[in-house]
Design a protein around this ligand. Sequence first.
Ligand code: PMP
Length: 415
Amino acid sequence: MATLSPVLKQATGVIAARGEGALIFDEDDRRYLDFTAGIGVTSTGHAHPKVVAAAQEQVGKIIHAQYTTVMHRPLLTLTERLGEVLPAGLNRVFFANSGSEAVEASLRLVRQATGRPNIVVFHGGFHGRTVAAASLTTSGTKFRSGFSPLMAGVAISPFPDPTHFGWSQQEATKFALAQLDYTLQTVSAPADTAAFLVEPVLGEGGYVPANAEFLAGLRERADKHGILLILDEVQTGFGRTGKFWGHDHFDGKPDVVITAKGLASGFPLSGIAASEELMAKAWPGSQGGTYGANAVACAAAIATLDVIQEERLVENAAARGEQLRAGLEKVAAGDDRITDVRGLGLMLGNEFRDADGNPDGAAAAAAQQEAARRGLLLLTCGAWGQVVRFIPALVVDEEQVEEAVGVWQETVAAV
Ligand code: PMP
């Protein structure tokens, strides 16, 4: 008999037998409110009938039509349909399987296009676990430790994070942009810098939104120096934040956008999009893979887009997000340990701090575990694991949000 490697950390002991919308049922048919959505993946909820039907139909036609050998219709249709939602001008798409692979695809593209070696990333960003993606990740040493050397050519500059030092967002942004200029002057010369890579909302780093002034500052410096701006929308895209893309909140103007997670409702599918002009600079054949743009995953992604549009899930994420935020803020007001409720749409975090004001990962973990015992599945994030995050499926309804807030209230009272 084999058993799982202990390298895999488990947030809950739940064995999921089936799912339905924002709910998971375990093998004893116990019902859980799933406010993790597979780390923000199951955008249309578990087992949405339209997604299931599309995938089932495709399974019976062809599962693996390898995309560097032959084309398949779901790939072509999905590519066309993405034109409805991609940022203006970014109409050339490349597909892979996971967020990390898509991050690496963007890295290859910007290096090939500019002939420059370096990427500037923003402190607290998470971009994946493959070694190159981990090299770009600065949200926790656990993602980087023990398998060095990491990839060279990465400079780290501050993210505008007002949760440090009790700064206002304005102060944090002024600092981050000044430090970026300093980074370009002292660490990575513009002539060596291929791209800035940033999340519109720090995800694994603690659910800290960027802002319009910061993204405009990146755009300005990018234009001035011929540097490309990559937005990692793996977690923030596809309606998660109550707008289709996270950067829609900030009028961001990316050269490359990275997507995954919510794109295919749980099937492994990711992609990058850029302009025709930029994509033309990629070296043909330098990207690909055995499994990219799997036909069943593409069929599920087309159905996901349909469902998002037909059921107005972006609007639902905004409305339910407001409801959830109001509920979480009420709970936080009655508990000194929860010092901040933040995020956008259905991507909300609760920061736990101890009596001395230090990040309190132990308190957040205790609350997360207690919530699971009470039937509410949650995850933590943040450098110290000090943030309990709420990321339900975009189909979550008013009663489920109300129920989750009630369980959360009881949970924090109990721990
Ligand atoms: N970028 C961001 C912003 C993410 O949140 C994640 C996953 N949490 C990734 C990249 C990596 O995606 P994957 O786990 O699919 O490789």
